[in-house]
Design a protein around this ligand. Structure first.
Ligand code: ADP
Length: 384
């Protein structure tokens, strides 16, 4: 079947959906999105079904008009996906995979069961279990995570064990949660894995997050990661092994920690294109978005090699601006070679909201990092 005859349905119409559609435009793929009104992807989707990602009937409506369904976010109505899969509709990745990933507790149990390296953890159901479970996790600091519903660090809290046991700090979550060992001084890596229905598998070059030590926020990420060839190979092997064990078909971002003793620990898996792979649009022969389109269409995987070293900066909403906004400094940035701006078509900003991103290419990582500094010092967001 020619790609132009295939209709792809995307649950969600945010920036990830927008970039998936952008990557499919040269192939004239037909896209329908399901998303609330004014979505980033609505201006370029062929059809927009307005509604909630949790709405069973709306997902059925989307499926009726699509040959294959994918999703750009984990928080969708999974019952609808199970029903559709049972009816023979292609859902990529499969709802069985999503069911594990939607729940951080099930994910940890899956890693443990399949000997995928992950930090030790305890699961708790309610407030009463906190003290007992907290004592079982090693270390002064413990990471608490809501099992369901968290994203972008919301639903994650660092807990000082002593303070909490002495009731100096209150319990961050009362819902079912995971308590896990904190990896101190970890380097954060992301390995994006692609796997198609014939079982063909590859990975993208690893991306490394650069943290702002003061704010403890990801400043920018870059690829290739500053790690040895041996660790790179090992990280890729662990990531592919995890996806094979999941029997995953699609694009998966496997987030990992590299500790001070050079151990790798899988943090979590995202079953979709990921923030850590935005740079692949310009930096790799095949982007993560084109790769997902290939997988959705049943095509062979594309070459994921880096064309040039790259960095990616998230363009986040300024902390002092809400509502209508303008971005300044774009002229100077665009006059620089190897700088690419992506804006997500969001009418209003909020503090820390992902408004766009900038990809920077260079001949060496040093050159890339110099350009990152220039871009960060030049761009700003103001209220209008
Ligand atoms: P989310 O799904 O909301 O992105 P994550 O599980 O990725 O949540 O956690 C968010 C951030 O918290 C991570 O990127 C990392 O910086 C930190 N973090 C999470 N778990 C650990 C851990 N076990 N050890 C050290 N840092 C952690």
């Amino acid at each position: 079947m020619l790609p132009s005859n295939i209709k792809i349905g995307i649950i969600g119409g945010g920036q990830l959906g927008k970039m998936l559609i952008e990557a499919g435009k040269p192939w004239n793929i037909h896209y329908t999105i399901l998303e609330e009104a004014n979505a980033p992807a609505s201006s370029i989707a062929n059809k927009h079904i307005v509604g909630s990602l949790m709405d069973y009937e709306k997902i059925m409506e989307l499926a009726a008009d699509s040959d294959v369904i994918t999703y750009e976010i984990e928080h969708v109505n999974i019952d609808a996906l199970h029903t559709l899969e049972a009816q023979g509709k292609r859902i990529v990745p499969s709802p069985k995979v999503l069911e594990i990933i939607q729940d951080k507790g099930l994910q940890k149990l899956f890693f443990q069961h399949h000997h995928i390296p992950t930090t030790d953890f305890e699961l708790l159901e309610n407030e009463e279990e906190w003290s007992e479970k907290l004592l079982k996790v090693k270390g002064e600091t413990v990471v608490a995570k809501l099992r369901k519903g968290g994203y972008d660090g919301k639903g994650v809290a660092l807990v000082n064990k002593k303070e909490m046991l002495a009731h100096i700090r209150s319990i961050p979550f009362t819902e079912p949660s995971v308590l896990e060992e904190f990896v101190e001084g970890a380097i954060e890596l992301a390995v994006i894995v692609s796997r198609n229905e014939s079982g063909e598998i590859n990975t993208f070059p690893i991306a490394e997050m650069e943290f702002d030590p003061q704010a403890n926020l990801v400043e920018f990420l870059y690829s290739p990661a500053n790690i040895s060839a041996e660790i790179e190979e090992k990280a890729k092997r662990i990531a592919m092994d995890a996806i094979i064990k999941l029997q995953g078909v699609g694009i998966f971002a496997v987030e990992m920690f590299l500790d001070k003793e050079n151990n790798l620990w899988v943090n979590e898996i995202a079953p979709r294109p990921h923030n850590s792979g935005h740079h692949t649009i310009e930096a790799c022969y095949t982007s993560q978005y084109e790769q997902l389109n290939r997988i959705l269409l049943g095509m062979p995987l594309g070459n994921t090699s880096l064309i040039k070293p790259a960095a990616m900066i998230n363009l986040l909403g300024a902390t002092d601006v809400s509502g209508a906004y303008k971005i300044t400094g774009l002229e100077k940035i665009l006059a620089t070679e190897g700088v690419f701006i992506h804006l997500y078509n969001k009418a209003e900003t909020k503090p820390k909201r992902k408004m766009g991103h900038i990809t920077i290419l260079g001949t060496t990582l040093e050159e890339v990092k110099e350009k990152v500094l220039m871009v960060k010092n030049t761009i700003s967001m103001k209220a209008v």
